[in-house]
Design a protein around this ligand. Sequence first.
Ligand SMILES: *Cc1c(COP(=O)(O)O)cnc(C)c1O
Length: 417
Amino acid sequence: METLPEHGWSRERIDAELDGFARGDSRWRDGRVPLYVFGGDARAAEVGRDAFFRFFTENALGGRRAFPSLVRMEQEVIAIGLALFGAAGTGAGFMTTGGSESLFLAVRAAREHARSTRGLPRGEGNLVMPVTAHPAISKAAACMDLVERRIPVAADGRADPAALEAAIDEHTVMLVGSAPCFPYGVFDPMPALGEIARRTGTWLHVDACVGGWIAPHVRAIGRPVPPFDLSVPGVASLSADLHKFGFCPKPASTLFFASPAHAQHAGFDLDVWPSGRYQSSTLVGTRPGGAVAGAWATLHCLGEDGYRRLAAELMHVRDAYVDGVRGLPGWRLVADPTLTVMAFGAPDLDMMRVAHKLGERGWVPGTTKSPPGLHLMLSMLHAPARDAYFADLAAIDAEVRAEAARGVGGLRAQATY
Ligand SMILES: *Cc1c(COP(=O)(O)O)cnc(C)c1O
């Protein structure tokens, strides 16, 4: 069993051991991992990483008292986001360590809002969302003892506004829409959800964690992106992860509110212990200063033209993979992907067997459970891997069809995220 070494190891030994650990990992640099990692612009990645290590020791928890640098950088990141998401000068926001934390804090703000403005009794409260909403929202609901109501989506993979509205009652604290949702990569119809939110007095949260930071630039290069941001009437809050398609170092996300009135329900201000008053907006206490500096540096390094160039390159990768799917006889996309998140499959094939065989060939297969299919979240890491991926898929398709003809099948290898 592993114990603390009696004598500390040399730098050389540590590096050699780390190399050994890394050798066991999937070949993500070769585009063989369809999620978890993101590749954008090499220069911006280096600038972001250097900024991260420059502020490696500084702690964003102490920003107000000791590190005004971090406060300023965070304010600038938030201002940039508010301008991108249609709330320049009117909205508010703060940085978090990830999408899950942003969503947790959004749910809490919505619950506090319902308690203070509508007298929601303690012990009550539910969240209404399409079935495609991210599990982090369920995690937040579980932590706060809120009931979640997951509602089936329409045939196009998007939220069904009428079905969502029917699930809302006087104890609903939040309605959720995704921009886009992770499973199918489509945007929920936010104007219709905003309409419902206003009619029923419900807090509408837009989960733009995955696509938020790139979607405005995709729109700017002339690609269709449905309305989804804080300018849509009825939207109360929006989460967007810098560490996904903002191409910033982990851990970094943002949470925005349509107005200071909404934002006032977020945050903690406690005076309960011998040390005195404790104030913070986030769920975590200590926060890496590096993540704040890394995000600030990445945004400024890329700039509008950099993000537009990346958006164009990403959409090129998207198109190449969409064409690849369309080139496989009998295969189809579950929905038409707006950005680079997509699900697809062949209804007459055992997709979990296909996924298993992808794994045998060195790919980490992204999968969907319903409908059974494959899943991709593409970034620039995946551009060079495209032809090899579809060559393997075509070969696997033939293999699985031949096996099915011989009565071989039934292998189940559903992914756990
Ligand atoms: C990734 C993701 C999240 C959760 O973000 P983490 O940074 O992994 O905590 C939430 N919503 C959507 C749509 C996502 O894709």
